[in-house]
Design a protein around this ligand. Structure first.
Ligand code: FES
Ligand code: FES
Length: 260
């Protein structure tokens, strides 16, 4: 006989190269402290790049997210509303707290399955990586702090104090960027030359141009426009600076071509 809904065990299934499939959990509390409406099953992003935090929207497939275990998995995006629940009630039963710019904090003995064997746990409390970059997936190892993970649609690609040359290469999930810093100019451009995909960070600055070191195609430093053909160029990424952190839109990064 099928167990009744209320008797079903709460589990988190770490899908290979995909999201966390969460089943029968009493509540999921979003980073603003509000519980999501109760659902028997929902998919939470663990690649860190969804447009609809904290839910998976399939972006993990586009970016070729690797969870360490191998094969591809399904995607799922679920729209949610919120329910009112007293804060005092939120500490009982099985609960997943989505931490602002951080992991999923799991409490209440939710069984974790489909990680590597040694990762299986039914510990009372543990934290699961949500930035996609932990070295101990599926668990959080605090890498989110080191990389400045954000769940507001922006991604930190570096810090002004770390830019010690005019060209800085940034690689995130096999996407290449180059940060150009020269006198008053700070621009973030896609990092592969349109000609033969050489790394633009290994090129050089020549007057108002960023020149590819391989075949000398050159692009305007500020705009990325190709010299001689204004219809083509490196992708200029909108950026903003917050406390010296250089932030770009996750969506724009996701749209870049993956380096071969
Ligand atoms: S795991 Fe699916 S979008 Fe992140
Ligand atoms: S959320 Fe990814 S390491 Fe903490």
């Amino acid at each position: 006989m099928e167990p009744k809904e209320k008797d079903k065990k709460p589990i988190i299934n770490c899908l290979d190269d995909g999201p966390y499939a969460v089943e029968n959990v009493d509540r999921v509390v979003n980073s603003n402290g509000r519980p999501l409406s109760r659902k028997a099953k929902r998919m939470l992003c663990r690649c860190g790049r969804t447009k609809y935090q904290p839910f998976c929207d399939g972006t993990h497939i586009e970016i070729g997210f690797k969870s360490r275990d191998g094969s591809k998995q399904n995607n799922y995006y679920s729209n949610d509303d919120y329910i009112g629940e007293k804060e005092s009630d939120m500490n009982s039963g099985s609960t997943i707290f989505i931490e602002k710019n951080g992991p999923c904090r799991v409490q209440g003995g939710i069984t974790l399955v489909n990680g590597k064997k040694e990762d299986r746990t039914s510990d009372e409390n543990y934290s699961l990586c949500r930035c996609g970059e932990s070295k101990k997936k599926p668990f959080c190892d605090s890498t989110h702090q080191a990389i400045g993970f954000r769940d507001d649609g922006l991604i930190c690609i570096g810090n002004l104090s770390q830019l010690d040359s005019e060209l800085t290469r940034v690689t995130i999930n096999r996407k290449e960027l180059v940060i150009v810093k020269q006198k008053e100019i700070l621009s973030v451009l896609s990092g592969l030359c349109l000609h033969a995909e050489a790394l633009m960070a290994e090129g050089f600055i020549d007057g108002p141009y960023l020149t590819c070191g391989k075949h000398l195609w050159r692009y305007e430093l500020e705009t990325g426009v190709l010299d001689g053909d204004p219809t083509m160029g490196l992708k200029k990424m909108a950026h903003r600076i917050e406390e010296d952190n250089i932030l770009i839109k996750t969506e724009e990064l996701n749209a870049l071509k993956i380096a071969e």
